[in-house]
Design a protein around this ligand. Structure first.
Ligand SMILES: [Ca+2]
Ligand SMILES: [Ca+2]
Length: 206
């Protein structure tokens, strides 16, 4: 099953299909890098986008988004392919310039201020990396006895911990209800455990 998941990820990242490449220039790299971005991680970025042909800026999180950086999941097609490919192995505090060919951007259609067949230039500043909800790290963190499946007790312990981290005290009954509803959705074969496959498999995105 893990092999299958790995294969799906390989397909999603385009490893099996030849495609035009993103050019990556590292503009700044932090001295300390504890963790590098990879598929499934949640990334918080500031980004500015420019058209290559005339240098005009079509987007800036510094301006357009009330100055707020944006979150997205890497490698899950939430963003253009140029980002999914160009923001791998990146450290928090790193700045990159990406030159994204049209095929990995908005293609023949274009979008808004972006004309069809535009090569795009992005300047991206990675602010934060968090475990994505479906990452192997999250699974391993929850799987207390390392048997590659999550029992109701393990899910409950994880939820309690998460709630207390955020300063919310939730009573026992509420936890039970929450755990039951999670298992209803995630435990597809109803064996009372959430397997690694049931946890990490992305149902309709691939
Ligand atoms: Ca377990
Ligand atoms: Ca199961």
């Amino acid at each position: 099953m893990l092999v299958l998941v790995a294969l799906l990820f390989a397909c999603a990242s385009g490893a099996l299909i030849p495609e035009p490449e993103v050019q990556i220039q590292v503009l700044e790299k932090p001295f300390i890098c504890r963790r590098k971005s990879k598929n499934g991680d949640l990334l918080l970025v500031h980004a500015e986008g420019f058209l290559e042909k005339n240098g005009s800026r079509f987007h800036s999180t510094y301006k357009d988004n009330n100055g707020q950086p944006v979150w997205f999941t890497l490698g899950m097609k939430e963003v253009i392919k140029g980002w999914d490919k160009g923001l791998q192995d990146m450290c928090v505090g790193e700045k990159r310039k990406l030159i994204v060919p049209s095929a990995l951007g908005y293609g023949k259609e274009g979008k808004g201020k972006i004309p069809p067949e535009s090569t795009l230039i992005f300047q991206i500043d990675l602010m934060e990396i968090r475990n994505g909800p479906r990452s192997h790290e999250s699974f391993q963190e929850m799987d207390l006895n390392d048997d590659w499946k999550l029992s109701k007790e393990e899910v409950k312990a994880y939820l309690k911990n998460e709630f207390s981290k955020h300063g919310t005290d939730v009573n026992e009954t509420h936890h039970e209800v929450l755990v039951e509803s999670i298992f209803e959705k995630e435990d597809e074969d109803s064996d009372g455990f959430i397997s690694a496959r049931e946890f990490t498999y992305v149902h309709d995105e691939l």
